[in-house]
Design a protein around this ligand. Structure first.
Ligand code: AMP
Length: 431
């Protein structure tokens, strides 16, 4: 008989075991089982894993344990993350896993007043969870020091690079002591990510769990071919007819997200919206309302495609397909978490067909096509140019701005149009 390891077998200390029990975890997830023993021994780690695998506990538990064994009087742990939402979530995890320990943590990100964060720092904290921009800001203003950091975690490194944080990260790293334990997580491993990992880690252990191109088994994916102008009707029908109790709906643009929210509100569907133009206060409130069930649909741009861990999301709705196929996998990974069932609806109009092809290639499966009232054969059979988004004026096919075309100079003798010239000729003939 195979013996399933317990957290006790991993030598987790009593205060943490008590907190884990309250969370209802019975056995460690694969990433926890693989990483906790090495982290407790002080090793650096590179983890290829996305959220949903239990990776947060995989790094927080051993860090809390080591801090508890050694004692902590200063800021000993820094966890860098790409988004405010992920920072908040990790802060919440620290609070619940560290419930029976005395450590204080702070979550630092932009969009809220500096003073609040500075005041908390003055009171003394042991753990910082931060996005790079505001942390750097506070460092530059000498509001904190990172000289006592012993444990450094860089989470979602690939996304950090995508978001252009590399310079900020390097500046932050310059402020860290050389002697430290570093943990590095990324969902994908590009040459750039690899390069960053090399500069950060010393002799790390490698752990990889389920690649990002593997959608979860208990997740049902459905594809709806539909013309662009009928997407709202289809959405309304699905929400009305199916048991959509908690849906995360993705659009590609902020303006579309706002429009869908207005549309849903006009049908009295309780909903909220998050995207980068919304204030942090509004974003936090919308997520909170979604978590507590006050709203049924949370409309979001891809700001929420990764990292967000909200229990019992019944549906993910891809109202618009992402142009990057990996984002699709991240989006649908918001549902069917921790063993529950989930459903992902994908709406595809003709011009999104090329995106769909890339997605199906990545996930190595064809998504089940659903027959429905608004089915579009045009979308289903779209090929070539018809299967791609139209090129926007002033932008090339990659979306980069093109130079304005200079108007062709008109020659003095050539000002009259062809038809005018024809008329003149005829007039002269008739004279
Ligand atoms: P994460 O990948 O850290 O975002 O975690 C994904 C979800 O799994 C979270 O809701 C955690 O609370 C949950 N989780 C983490 N570890 C375990 C475990 N050992 N057993 C059950 N659920 C867990």
């Amino acid at each position: 008989m195979i013996h399933q390891k317990t957290f006790k077998d991993l030598k987790i200390i009593e205060p943490l075991l008590k907190a884990i029990a309250i969370k209802g975890y019975t056995v460690p997830t694969p990433i926890q089982e693989k990483s906790i023993p090495s982290l407790l021994l002080g090793k650096d780690l590179i983890g290829i894993a996305q959220t949903g695998t239990g990776k947060t506990a995989a790094f927080i538990l051993p860090i809390l344990q080591k801090m508890s064994e050694k004692g902590s009087k200063h800021i000993n742990t820094l966890i860098l993350v790409p988004t405010r939402e992920l920072a908040t979530q990790i802060g919440e995890s620290i609070a619940s896993y560290g419930k029976f320990l005395e450590f204080k943590h702070i979550v630092i990100f932009g969009g809220i007043k500096h003073k609040l964060q500075v005041d908390t720092l003055k009171e003394g904290v042991n753990i910082i969870v931060a996005t790079p921009g505001r942390l750097l800001d506070l460092l530059n203003h000498k509001k904190l020091t990172l000289k006592d950091i012993e444990y450094f975690v860089l989470d979602e490194a690939d996304r950090m690079l995508d978001m252009g944080f590399i310079d900020d990260i390097n500046k932050i790293i310059e402020n860290l002591p050389k002697k430290r334990q570093s943990l590095f997580f990324s969902a994908t491993m590009s040459p750039q990510v690899n390069q960053l990992a090399k500069t950060l880690l010393t002799n790390p252990i490698h752990i990889e769990v389920a690649t990002q191109a593997t959608p979860i088994d208990n997740l049902h994916q459905q594809l709806y071919y539909v013309d662009k102008n009928l997407k709202q009707k289809l959405l309304h029908k699905l929400i009305r007819k199916n048991r959509v109790t908690k849906a995360l709906l993705f659009t590609r643009t902020k303006s579309r997200a706002d429009r869908i929210t207005m549309f849903l509100k006009s049908y009295k569907v309780p909903c909220g919206v998050i995207h980068s133009d919304k204030s942090q206060e509004k974003r936090t409130k919308a997520i909170e309302n979604f978590k507590t069930g006050k709203i049924k649909v949370l409309v979001a741009t891809d700001i929420a495609a990764r990292g967000i861990d909200i229990d019992n999301i019944s549906h993910v709705i891809n109202y618009e397909l992402p142009n990057n196929p990996e984002v699709y996998v991240h989006r649908i990974g918001r549902t069917a978490r921790a063993g529950t069932k989930g459903m992902a609806y994908t709406f595809c109009c003709a011009e999104e067909k090329s995106y769909l092809i890339k997605i199906e290639k990545l996930i190595k499966q064809e998504i089940q096509v659903i027959n429905h009232k608004y089915h579009s054969e045009h979308a289903k059979t779209a090929e070539g140019k018809n299967a791609e988004p139209p090129i926007k004026r002033g932008k090339d096919f990659k979306g980069n701005k093109t130079k304005k075309r200079k108007p062709r100079p008109i020659h003095k003798n050539n000002r009259k149009s062809f038809s005018q010239k024809e008329k003149l000729k005829n007039k002269q003939k008739n004279k």
